[in-house]
Design a protein around this ligand. Sequence first.
Ligand code: ATP
Ligand code: MG
Ligand code: FE
Length: 338
Amino acid sequence: EYILGIETSCDETAVAIVKGGTEIVSNVVASQIESHKRFGGVVPEIASRHHVEQITVVIEEALAKAEMTIAEMDAIAVTEGPGLVGALLVGVNAAKALAFAHQKPLIGVHHIAGHIYANRLVEEFEFPLLALVVSGGHTELIVMKEHGKFEIIGETRDDAAGEAYDKVARTLKLPYPGGPKIDELAHIGAQRIDFPRAWLEDSFDFSFSGLKSAVINTLHNASQKGIEYKHEDIAASFQASVVDVLVEKTYRAAIENNVKQVIVAGGVAANKGLRKAMETKFKEERMNVMFPPLSLCTDNAAMIASAGYIAYKQGHRSGWDLNANPGLDLEMYANRGK
Ligand code: ATP
Ligand code: MG
Ligand code: FE
């Protein structure tokens, strides 16, 4: 079965065709990074306008690359939330128009379910499974006991990991998006500063706002005293603090929940320091940890088609009244009716 996936929740206009939930036939991503760069972040109105301009072209390109037609699709899957409402609406309306015109099932997909299912484009899931989701808006530990079911066992109490990266990057006056830049700098820098790690006792929750403030204060105090830290040393020290907490909590959660598989998902899963530290830790403990390839870590539509395939097989169908839901809750989504 072929699923056409559409993703427009933030600043990527993406369309993909996936066969059987696991095989990418085509995967097109039109990024708007260049347009948002001069504002230092995503501007919602600009994002919506770009999606409107791009969506038809990107749908046609995905079909052309697959050498397929809409008539050959078994269903149309689309991100219904969470995300920017004006951005989501463009994808949802395009999906509704396509599905209605061609009389295909319409499947609304949760964006984070999509990030998790990016991993199923690499390897089959084994349950129970633990997913560490680290993206621009989310930092969560999620246990899955079966396909399409998500139980959040820990989440950030303030900033998301990606958000912390982007904010620290802005403090260092690095161009948007800052995550990949900090990652690069961290590899040439040294861990000279001992930034705090928010363990929050035994909880599987996270907190990154204290770390972000510590970086800002350190830079501020240093400049007052006439000390200058190298940006790469700040980056290395910051990244060490983030990675330590992510690795340690994920490992503890994996043991406590007796999981068979550990996966990492979302934009920050592209982080080289995190990938390496996870692999080292889990190897020591003779456990496997899985990451999507870099291009499937950040927003794309193949992951939406993959999650959409499972929803399709489980009989979920969205109505013609499907709407963008900027605050869509993952557990509520998982427990929705058919
Ligand atoms: P969400 O998925 O929570 O709705 P989003 O879609 O904006 O948010 P993603 O596209 O999944 O987030 O990921 C983007 C985030 O990933 C940005 O914060 C970006 O800085 C971060 N990121 C990307 N690559 C790296 C990297 N190599 N190291 C650290 N962070 C990274
Ligand atoms: Mg993005
Ligand atoms: Fe995302």
